[in-house]
Write a protein that binds this ligand. Structure first.
Ligand code: AVJ
Ligand code: FE
Length: 436
């Protein structure tokens, strides 16, 4: 019945918005005011900018676009427009101080929830199946991941903690899986809160390939380092080689050599780099170089999605590797439940039909592919979400990290960044062509 559908949409929107705000509140209350207004890296905004920007986007899309309300504070719109002010210049803006930013975001949220009570979930693309509410919950969770990156870049004692993932029994399955050739459906026509770049669904032919069963581990990556990987030009794309030379890069971000071992700073704590965890904080050039050193390559975006979604028995694409059910803590490491990836080979319940593990959660996985529109793409609801980023400047990452909430992570979800970026929660797995 339509009433039932509307109720389910309302419940899902309310739960998603509420979960996002709980996370935002934690990330902006676990440090004192000076740490909220400071810029911890030129790559990042002050946390207090993210906080008011979250409220401002919610006001723009829910209160004004869906609800038809007047602007609450029109004078602040330009401060929180990501395209008017690059991150590096945000700390010099007359931003709302923390208390005011909190009050503003809370006031917007109160009105948005009033609107949700009476909203119709049909009639326009923005309201259909609660899309605008889902988009805003995803937006807030994306900034919660961004704010977690800021926390990792911040120096000083630990401000956040979470239980570690359960230790996994050593994974003793095959190191790679053969994905047979043939077409599959890429992108989605049915996921109600999918963003514009995930559409339209279309058929893609994919030649047979092998893909790693699990993400590349710190131990495997260390073997690349020990073998002189960072000083051997053969493995590097020319622009990547120039980049690591110019910046003196010789290990993942946050790593430091200490005698015979590698240490890393992880959320304010120095630890021995855990050998079994997926490697984290590598850029695309490092992932690409490792793969070449290993005699392999990065998977294309289409290969990644076929490995993650194609069910060869039913010959259809599922929402997640394990099927169509929403993620549970047994399927994947998502939602900042833990502040690190789980050991490679974890989450057998989240495996794909062919046995590929950890495609969802743990680390964002670099793919070989540029961020390009699917055939028939149309920007919605705004060009600045995806369209202005299409082209060869950005590489696609897939699968989500431990830091991303399920609302902003699914088999079709596409992330992107510059190939030099490594402050993000990025890792990778490798692939090779052919059926043998
Ligand atoms: C999709 C993660 C690249 O953080 O720049 C947040 C998401 N867009 N606000 C970003 C986003 C607008 C975006 N990424
Ligand atoms: Fe944003």
């Amino acid at each position: 019945a339509p009433e039932m559908d509307g109720e389910a949409v309302r419940d899902r929107a309310l739960a998603s918005l509420t979960r996002a705000r709980a996370r935002t509140t934690l990330l902006t209350s676990c440090v004192e005011e000076p740490d909220l207004v400071a810029q911890h890296s030129p790559l990042m905004s002050p946390l207090v900018w993210d906080l008011a920007h979250i409220g401002n986007q919610e006001e723009l899309w829910l209160l004004r676009a869906v609800g038809g309300r007047e602007a609450m504070r029109p004078e602040i719109d330009s401060l929180y427009d990501a395209f008017e002010h690059p991150r590096a210049e945000r700390p010099t803006l007359p931003l709302l101080p923390p208390d005011e930013a909190r009050r503003y975001a809370a006031e917007v949220r109160g009105r948005a929830l009033d609107l949700l009570e009476s909203a119709a979930f049909h009639g326009s693309r923005l309201t259909e199946a609660g899309f605008a509410f889902g988009m805003i919950a995803q937006h807030e969770q994306q900034h919660d991941e961004t704010m977690l990156i800021t926390h990792q870049l911040r120096t000083g004692p630990r401000a956040l903690s979470a239980p570690d993932p359960a230790p996994a029994p050593p994974f003793d399955g095959p190191a790679e899986v053969l994905v047979p050739g043939g077409p599959f459906t890429m992108g989605t026509a049915t996921e109600p809160w999918a963003l514009d770049n995930e559409r339209p669904a279309h058929r893609r032919e994919v030649a047979p390939f092998h893909i790693d069963t699990a993400p590349v581990t710190n131990a495997a990556y260390q073997a690349f380092i020990e073998d002189g990987g960072y000083t051997d030009e053969r493995w590097w794309a020319p622009a990547g080689w120039a980049h690591i030379r110019r910046h003196g890069i010789s290990a993942p971000l946050f790593w430091r050599r200490d005698g015979g071992q590698w240490l890393r700073r992880h959320f304010g704590v120095t630890e021995v780099v855990p050998p079994d965890e997926p490697v984290l904080h590598v850029c695309w050039y490092e992932a690409d170089a490792y793969a070449r050193w290993a005699g392999r390559r990065l998977p294309t975006e289409a290969e990644w999605e076929k490995a993650a979604r194609h069910d060869p028995v039913q010959d259809r694409s599922t929402r997640y590797p394990w099927g169509d059910a929403d993620p549970t803590p047994d399927h994947a490491n998502l939602g900042q439940r833990h502040l690190r990836p789980a050991p490679a080979g974890s989450y057998p319940a989240g495996a794909s039909p062919l046995g590929v593990r950890q495609l969802i959660g743990d680390v964002w996985e670099w793919t070989a592919s540029d961020f390009l529109p699917y055939p028939g793409f149309t920007a919605f609801p705004y060009q600045e979400y995806s369209e202005v980023f299409f082209g060869s400047d950005h590489k696609v990452l897939r699968g989500g990290s431990f830091a991303v909430d399920p609302v902003a992570c699914r088999g079709t979800f596409r992330n992107w960044d510059y190939p030099i970026r490594r402050q993000i929660f990025s890792g990778f797995r490798t692939a090779r062509s052919g059926a043998v």
